[in-house]
Design a protein around this ligand. Sequence first.
Ligand code: FE2
Length: 612
Amino acid sequence: MTAILGISAFYHDSAAALVVDGRIVAAAQEERFTRKKQDEAFPKQAVDYCLREARLSIADLDHVGFYEKPLTKFDRLLETYLAYAPRGFRSFRKMLSQWIGPKLHLPRELDQGLGGEYRGRYVFLDHHESHAASAFFPSPFDEAAILTLDGVGEWSTSCYGVGRGNRIELSHELRFPHSLGLLYSAFTYYAGFKVNSGEYKVMGLAPYGEPRFKDAILRHVMDLKDDGSFRLDMSYFNYCHGLTMTGPQFHDLFGGPPREPESKLTQREMDLAASVQAVTEEVMLRAARHLHRETGLNNLVLAGGVALNCVGNGRVLREGPFENIWIQPAAGDAGGALGTAMFIWHQLLRNERRPAGCDAMQGSFLGPAWDDDGAAAALDAEGARYTTYADDESLCEAVSSLLAEEKVVAWFQGRMEFGPRALGARSILGDARSPKMQTVMNLKIKFRESFRPFAPLVLREYVDRYFEMRPYEDSPYMLLVAPVCEEHRLTPPAEADTAFGIDKLRHARSTIPAVTHVDYSARVQTVDDERNPLLHQLLTAFHERTGCPVLVNTSFNVRGEPIVCTPEDAYRCFLATDMDVLVVGRNVLLKGDQKRVDAAMRHRHLSQFQLD
Ligand SMILES: [Fe+2]
């Protein structure tokens, strides 16, 4: 037996992944256990969990790998400082104080994290090599072109190459400071959202705007080549030497200072979002076309934070030259832990790779699960009241009936998802046909701005009836955006045209308004019997009852909270919000049956989490 642990840590979103004899046994992000969003600490609890799942101890590990090369990264930070010196001393000092600690003495830090019980050496991969490995090795393809795009690792901000059999080879790279991820983050910062987590809000805001700054970006800020490579004019940015992302020249070009976080959104932010989104799609499309020309391959695999841009992914799939695309569901840095472990198994240890079935991610359900007894004991300890159903069929009947009554149902089942999206193991579900669902879920449950629509879950066998996708087309990880089919679209009333910004979302645009964005797009997740049989059964029961094979799916958490991990997290989150029903395994909890929660208790739960 060969057990390989991959770790990503000390930047943001730490994670651990365990691969035993080539099989992904477990993978999880540290934030889920510590309840600190994007926790960057050594992923102690995630490592412990992975080992528990495999019934192994640290001493059983044959190899441990880390997702980047700390010294090369330090070298980049140092060189960047020297290039701009003496400017940027403040940010350099701040950075240095972080590096003097864990980052420069990584083997020692890893030894400590593993309690001194691991006796082997550590393997350090290039940051983009681990992204690339996470994209190719678990993919269903024998060979594929590989594209990675993110903010920055050591020096690379984007790489491309080819994966064949059990090897990947990256042949080209784009280097810091020229970075699509950082460009997107700069606009995220400028639009008043948090860097490294607010990017998906910018993507959600884009359909409200006009890309009227696209030309300005391409003319002044970015020199974009045909092959998708580019140079940024660094006089617009601050991230090489400052503590912010954008500088005065950027603010002059785009019409004023950055938006204050949490202040009112204006048309300008919407137009900025539309513009940077349009540029991002353009870069992705050009890179994909170039890569196709260079490699002549039919398959493309993607990873890196930018590969979470599902609007861009959808365009690459529909308009790009590749026949098939597979995207690593944990495309951000957490997925680097998995890529590292798989790289060691296939590329360093030269073990054969035989892709079979849909892919090797097991639906990305790679986290902890609770059996019936464990879940019931946890609920009992919390004083919960619930009804236990005898089998999956009666459970799905009961829950589909509650959903059809427009109840909001928290659905806690099986192993937790690895990666940023809830895919039906730690999800909140609702009726996509309901005109009020969008508002109810946003304001009463997620406590957040309501300009983002929710993502639809759809039975894969019906995906082409509701969305402009091919019959049975797969999008199991919610990483593709597709338009809602014409026949399901509704013309909103005339006043919708004059409505401003997010008020547009109040007018139904389709027969499934809760998941339809103002541009008729939807972030589709297909549900199949192989990856998630229970959810497939629930959706089928809902379809039989209502004639609609679509449900709303959003992550099981409140704003700023990591997605729930344990039944206890689930119960507390359920009580602190206006969700109607909680389902944990076959146990169904109705809100009205539970102990009363006063406002102070709610406030205590919600105030633990920093707004994202
Ligand atoms: Fe990355």
